[in-house]
Ligand binder design. Structure first.
Ligand code: KQY
Length: 364
């Protein structure tokens, strides 16, 4: 039986591991929203299936899909990928799925945060999100993993980056946003992150990337390569819209230390050309008065930083851009012991995220 534990992970000796630690497997959802994804979500489904296939070469992958799409998903996904029926409103497992934590004995539990579709009725991305809020519990039920009820704080997995050794990096723009946790002070939030994930130091960046529909998720800005080592999105062009925000992040990080007192080693990963939908493509997206508008005027973020570390590999976004090759070489230098696997994910970008946002690791 799956229990809800009346304590906190920190008190019980559970911590959130770094993504680079060993995984039991990866969880994903299946994209179907026609007010987000163009052309009946078909191009997005193809991209998700390619990501799932790439990860499944290295560790087990489970894709959760609503009953209407079960057969279609089963047909499009490789045989070795497990497909289970779980309803959801959207398809970003990083944010909608549970955060897994573990103790020194290797026991795993899950944290069930509140979720409000990236801002609720105040600039959130759609309404309703009632099925999304149940996904964490359903995943934990399937795996028979006990849960902590963290519904006293709205948190998306893409809003935090952790090193597994007590350091968490996030942005004020997202977590302190009045559309997430207006009832909590910065100190309250630090306390909760520390209790639910066993963190000793929270590093607050001011902002995430400009124009990010999630209100500045940190997983478009940086990720932990290893303890004391981060990779950040980068541009040297002072006229680039993201130049200022990334300079500020860099300046802050070179003057920071992590929970163990280490200075950060920082790798700069240059951005590719940012993404636009053509007029025709944007017309393939269904209009819904409750949904975030995706027009040919909007710019969608493209960065290699929104990658995913799985057992023995890093799955990185590719955009058919000359920077793709440069990024692959940089990743090979950063991860000499992992395979670097690029997957073309432009269609995921135009939904507002990338490979990191659509995956969630379950630690070993
Ligand atoms: O973790 C992320 N950065 C999620 C992106 C969600 C976009 C919703 N349209």
């Amino acid at each position: 039986m799956v229990s809800t534990i009346n304590s906190t992970p920190k008190k019980d000796g559970f911590r959130m591991p770094g993504e680079y630690e060993q995984h039991e497997g990866t969880w994903m959802l299946w994209p179907t929203r026609t007010d987000t994804w163009r052309a009946g979500a078909k191009p997005a489904q193809k991209a998700y299936a390619e990501v799932a296939k790439a990860i499944s070469q290295f560790e087990p992958v489970t894709v959760c899909v609503g009953r209407e799409q079960f057969e279609n998903a089963r047909a499009l996904l490789e045989d070795e990928i497990r497909v289970v029926e779980i309803s959801s409103n959207d398809a970003w497992m990083r944010d909608i799925g549970p955060t897994f934590i573990k103790n020194d004995k290797g026991e795993v539990r899950g944290v069930d945060w509140a979720f409000n579709a990236w801002g609720g009725l105040d600039e959130g991305l759609y309404f309703p999100w009632n099925q999304d809020t149940l996904v964490k519990r359903k995943v934990l039920e399937i795996e028979k993993i006990d849960r902590y009820d963290a519904s006293d704080i709205v948190l998306e997995g893409g809003a935090i980056a952790v090193d597994g050794e007590g350091t968490l990096i996030t942005t004020e723009e997202c977590i302190l946003n009045k559309n997430r946790n207006p009832h909590l002070s910065k100190e309250d939030i630090e306390e909760k992150l520390s209790e639910y994930l066993s963190m000793d130091k929270i590093v607050w960046l001011k902002n995430g990337l400009l124009g990010d529909e999630t209100d500045g998720h940190v997983d478009e800005v940086l990720f932990f390569v290893g303890p004391g080592e981060v990779a950040i999105s980068w541009t040297d062009d002072p006229n680039h819209p993201q130049y200022q925000v990334l300079q500020t992040v860099y300046e802050q990080l070179i003057n920071e230390t992590d929970a163990k007192g280490r200075k950060f080693k920082i790798h700069k990963i240059h951005l590719p050309e940012q993404i636009k939908l053509s007029e025709e493509e944007s017309k393939e997206i269904d209009f819904d008065v409750n949904s975030y508008e995706r027009s040919s005027e909007s710019t969608f973020i493209a960065t290699y930083i929104n990658c995913y570390l799985c057992n023995g590999a890093v799955i990185i976004p590719a955009f058919n851009d000359p920077q793709d090759e440069v990024a692959v070489e940089k990743f090979k230098e950063m991860f000499p012991d992992r395979k670097i696997v690029p997957v073309y994910t432009r269609e995921v970008s135009v939904g507002g995220g990338n490979i990191h946002c659509i995956t969630q690791q379950q630690p070993k």
